[in-house]
Design a protein around this ligand. Structure first.
Ligand SMILES: Cc1cc2nc3c(=O)[nH]c(=O)nc-3n(C[C@H](O)[C@H](O)[C@H](O)COP(=O)(O)OP(=O)(O)OC[C@H]3O[C@@H](n4cnc5c(N)ncnc54)[C@H](O)[C@@H]3O)c2cc1C
Length: 375
């Protein structure tokens, strides 16, 4: 564990005191209270990915991964909000014009503006190239945005929307303020998991944008902004899955070690220990894969993209398995309302769908095998 103002020890202490004890309530009430969002700002966690010059905390990617792991251990909904906010902040910092950076980065760094990532549509999820939202160029250089985005994490509270739409030149990225005329936000409730992450469907109806809303090169967002931002999101989710794995292991070990009125504790059964041994192995392996992806990011090594696919694929599938076993180890108690194990189970399944589903990752990773053998 690293020490210092931004170290795993500090993250763990805050999560244990201020997030994990309330995660069942966040899940039940399907929202994260404003005081928690403010506290995340005080801690510098909204701006974790942003450089100090931009008002951020300037964490390296390994440290950012540790933060998202620890938050994910306590509450996947809070981690999800951090993920999409970090994606939006990263996009502005990497592809923003001077004006966009000056306007948005200080607000995003402090969490005074919350960011969301708006790519998925009713007819386009895994196939990002299939989006049909349009941004039509106007004579004054601005755009008119039309279309619908779905399953937008943080959409209920976001101030700044990173929206992808087709212009005449291809897919482009836009910065859209959520209170702009023509932006219609409809909350989505009762999802399987990450219920506190305040999802929304967002329609853009004749939404007028100034020329300064365009982020990055017109028509090239799929190869630039989408690819780069999804890599950050995927890394964050992978690290969050390590947190779920750790939480499952800790919950399973402490429950089965306790006597609880039984003649002998559950830990005396070998089949119980088998489930725990799988969790211990998976959490160690997933953490190492995330660390490798983070170190490659810190060195700007392009191999981080594949390392992140692999880390997310392994960590999310292992988290689903561990969460299923965590419920199993607790028996009926693990199925009870508000029990952490059933929340881990519901949250973990979501991780196999977002930021590239399990099947999409299998396809990507298999391609790598053919590249290796062709060398
Ligand atoms: C809780 C939650 C939060 C989300 N937050 C956001 C957000 O903030 N912003 C955002 O833009 N989106 C968000 N999403 C949407 C998410 O990114 C999509 O759900 C995801 O990309 C998958 O798209 P889809 O749901 O349309 O499924 P589809 O792409 O239709 O896939 C359905 C199934 O088919 C499989 N499949 C698809 N294509 C292939 C293929 N070529 N080969 C094999 N199998 C395939 C998939 O693996 C999946 O099992 C969120 C989703 C959830 C559940």
């Amino acid at each position: 564990m690293s020490d210092g103002p931004f170290g795993r020890k500090e993250f763990r202490a805050v999560v244990d005191a201020e997030i994990a004890p309330h995660a069942a309530r966040f899940d039940r009430e399907q929202s994260i209270p404003a005081n928690v969002l403010r506290r995340i700002g005080e801690l510098g966690w909204w701006g974790a990915i942003l450089p100090v010059e931009a008002g951020g905390s300037g964490m390296d990617m390994v440290t950012l991964g540790e933060l998202h792991e620890e938050v994910g251990r306590g509450c996947s909904s809070v981690r999800s909000l951090l993920t999409v906010h970090s994606m939006a902040a990263y996009a502005v910092s990497r592809w923003g014009s001077e004006g966009q950076r000056a306007r948005w980065l200080p607000l995003l760094a402090r969490g005074e503006a919350i960011g969301a990532f708006c790519l998925t549509e009713p007819e386009a999820g895994s196939d990002a190239a299939g989006i049909s939202a349009t941004a039509t160029r106007q004579q004054d250089g601005g755009f008119v945005l039309q279309g619908s985005k779905r399953w937008i994490t943080g959409g209920q509270i976001a101030d700044l929307l990173l929206v992808f739409a087709r212009t005449g030149r291809g897919v482009s990225a836009f910065l859209v303020e959520s209170d702009s005329p023509g932006v219609v936000v409809r909350p989505v409730h009762d999802m399987l998991g990450t219920r506190g992450s305040m999802l929304a469907e967002i329609d853009f109806q004749d939404c007028r944008l100034g020329p300064d809303a365009l982020l990055g090169p017109d028509g090239f967002a799929l190869a630039t902004v989408v690819t780069g931002v999804l890599d950050i999101g995927r890394y964050s989710v992978a690290c969050g899955c390590v947190g779920i794995l750790q939480a499952c292991m800790e919950a399973g070990a402490s429950f089965t070690a306790a006597q609880g009125g039984r003649t002998q504790p559950l830990s005396s059964h070998q089949l119980v220990r088998q489930m725990l041994s799988q969790m211990v192995t998976d959490v160690s392996a997933a953490r190492l894969l995330c660390r490798q992806a983070g170190e490659l990011k810190d060195r700007n090594d392009p191999q981080t993209i594949m390392a992140t696919w692999i880390a997310k694929y392994f960590a999310s599938t292992a988290a689903t398995r561990a969460a299923s076993d965590a419920v199993q180890l607790h028996g009926a108690a693990g199925c009870a309302p508000d029990h952490a194990a059933q929340r881990y189970y519901r949250d973990a399944k979501i991780m196999e769908i977002i930021e590239g589903s399990t099947q999409i990752q299998q396809i990507k990773i298999a391609e790598e095998a053919y590249r290796w053998t062709a060398r």
